[in-house]
Design a protein around this ligand. Structure first.
Ligand code: HEC
Length: 151
């Protein structure tokens, strides 16, 4: 067999083998009662916007597309989710001290103003996460209003 073919077969075997290493999925069954929007009375428009743009990495509920089951995409994703959640988890919001909530909202405003979030790699795959200027401003306004009573 030609070396080229051997390498191809080795790569194929490796690709199949890594499919057995499956990271745990970030899917909770019931919406958390500690969620930032739980009984918040916020307009559905803003709730839907933040959920579609940020919840995949900043909540206990990731909406996985089909290719998220395929390694190594699944690994990269698990990594984003773990890292994102460790910085900010909207599902655990009401468990945070007021001081931390205020700080988190400051950071939300900051990353949106600097256009650092959502992550670029993610926007490339998820067109719905490509926020336009109006949507970015909507989330900034929400965070600003939400912060007021916490001061
Ligand atoms: C594809 C996953 C993903 C999405 C979607 C996403 N984030 Fe993040 N976010 C991360 C990761 C990973 C980090 C930690 C690494 C970093 O700061 O770059 C992070 C960090 C943050 C931080 C903390 C920044 C800091 O300096 O500590 C804030 C605030 C944040 N994200 C807000 C948001 C908001 C608001 C949205 C929605 C508009 C969003 N993120 C969407 C993955 C994501």
């Amino acid at each position: 067999m030609k070396t080229k073919h051997k390498i191809l077969i080795a790569v194929l075997i490796l690709l199949i083998a890594i499919q057995f290493i499956r990271p745990e999925r970030n899917i909770e069954n019931n919406p958390s009662r500690y969620d930032v929007f739980h009984k918040s009375g916020q307009p559905t428009e803003i709730v839907a916007l933040v959920q579609s743009a940020c919840y995949d990495c900043h909540s206990n509920r990731t909406a996985y597309p089909w290719y998220a089951s395929v390694a190594p995409v699944s690994w990269v994703m698990a990594n984003h989710v773990n890292e994102g959640k460790s910085k900010l988890n909207f599902s655990d919001w009401k468990l945070l001290e007021v001081e931390k909530q205020r700080h988190a909202l400051d950071e939300v405003i900051e990353v949106l103003e600097k256009q650092e979030m959502p992550l670029n790699a993610y926007q490339w795959l998820h067109s719905e996460a490509n926020l336009d200027q109006t949507q970015i401003q909507m989330i900034i306004n929400w965070a600003t209003d939400f912060k007021k009573p916490l001061n």
